[in-house]
Design a protein around this ligand. Structure first.
Ligand code: AMP
Length: 355
């Protein structure tokens, strides 16, 4: 298939900052962008040609999206699976629904990661309140109990140390939904690799970043991650194995734990552009957003070569410091156009080169 011509229309499900940056990248190739997002005045719609204000699974809105667009993609992993499957019968959806199916359930995801030869934390499902005692006994302490679905930025998780008392109603406490217990990984650092796969199967990864989290939210990414060349290579190989196994088209972010012997365990992946790849816009000839647009519109992948740099998220009130960052001249600032500042809300990010 030849690449989509300029002037063609790309649909994006989800209207957050990732959709916004995808829309900006699509616009650089002259594509028109339609965003499907129920929230009014969302970050992506501010820079798109059209905004369908409707739930992600609204049949009429999905029909309109399929009609108006030459290809549709998504900026978050919780697109309702049935809606994605229906949409994929009407319009080219990249990445396809399979990546969503796997990424939406932590248990399915861990099983998939292991099935392609990647190591993970030990884990076991908790399907009802009666499972809590036996499963925690088998997994041991410390451990983390997570909801299988719909967790993000550390939400829906409970860490249990040696001494923590298990809440009597742990199952209900986490919403009375299916859970997964994971053995706690004693990692030396967390890294991520952003990998792209094109329509014809070419695979390219960006240099893995080291990621620092606070309260479950990414605060800072540093590139390259300060790990051995062998670990950097293993991370890229893991990303490549994953996109290949999913027959994936687009950009995917894989989060990994690095152990003290340099080996890696896979934590989770996001079938989309990733917060830990925002630095690519500063230093890479093709950043992650352009790479995703290239992949889903049928172009060859671009050059992911990187240089040392860091990215910090501007979260909540940290937004207030943005003019100073701009004035400093060292930082490139990218704000998301979100009207309301909330304590845990990602309002923007800033990137700078490192020596
Ligand atoms: P997640 O939502 O799975 O990405 O978890 C959020 C953060 O919690 C991760 O980035 C880690 O810092 C930490 N975490 C999650 N799972 C584990 C684990 N099994 N062992 C150690 N730390 C974990």
């Amino acid at each position: 298939m030849s690449p989509l011509p300029t002037g063609a229309t790309v649909g994006i499900i989800g209207g957050g900052q990732l959709g916004r940056m995808l829309a900006l990248a699509a616009a650089r190739f002259g594509y028109r962008v339609v965003v499907l997002e129920p929230g009014p005045d969302c970050p992506a719609a501010q820079v798109a040609n059209e905004h369908l204000v409707a739930p992600y699974d609204d049949p009429d809105a999905l029909a309109t999206l399929a009609e108006r667009c030459h290809v549709v993609t998504y900026e978050f992993e919780n697109v309702p699976l049935a809606a994605a499957r229906t949409l994929a019968t009407k319009v080219v959806l990249r990445p396809g629904p399979e990546a969503l199916r796997v990424a939406q359930d932590r248990l399915v995801e861990k099983e998939f990661l292991r099935s392609i030869g990647l190591g993970t934390a030990s884990y076991a499902p908790i399907s009802r309140a009666d499972d809590v005692g036996p499963v925690l006994g088998a997994i041991g302490r410390p451990c983390i109990v997570k909801t299988r679905r719909l967790g993000y930025d550390g939400k829906g998780q409970l860490r249990l140390d040696e001494a923590s008392r298990v809440p009597g109603d742990l199952y209900r406490h986490l919403g009375g939904v299916p859970l997964i217990a994971e053995g706690f990984v004693d990692f030396v650092c967390e890294i991520s690799v952003i990998t792209a796969r094109s329509v014809d199967g070419d695979i390219r990864s960006f240099t893995p970043a080291a990621n620092e989290h606070r309260d479950g939210i990414l605060r800072r990414s540093v590139v390259p991650a300060d790990v051995s060349p062998a670990t950097l290579e293993a991370a890229a190989a893991a990303g490549a194995a994953l996109v290949e196994a999913l027959d994936y088209v687009g950009v995917l972010g894989l989060e990994l734990f690095v152990l003290d012997d340099g080996s890696i365990l896979a934590n989770e992946f996001a079938p989309r552009v990733h917060n830990s790849g925002h630095w690519t816009e500063l230093v890479c000839p093709s950043d992650q957003f352009e790479q995703h647009v290239r992949a889903v519109t049928g172009h060859p992948l671009g050059d992911p070569t990187s240089a040392p740099c860091e990215m910090v998220n501007l979260i909540g009130d940290e937004l207030g410091g943005w003019t100073e960052l701009v004035a400093s001249g060292d930082w490139r600032v990218h704000l998301y156009g979100k009207g309301e500042v909330r304590p845990d809300r990602k309002m923007g990010h800033a990137t700078r080169r490192l020596p």
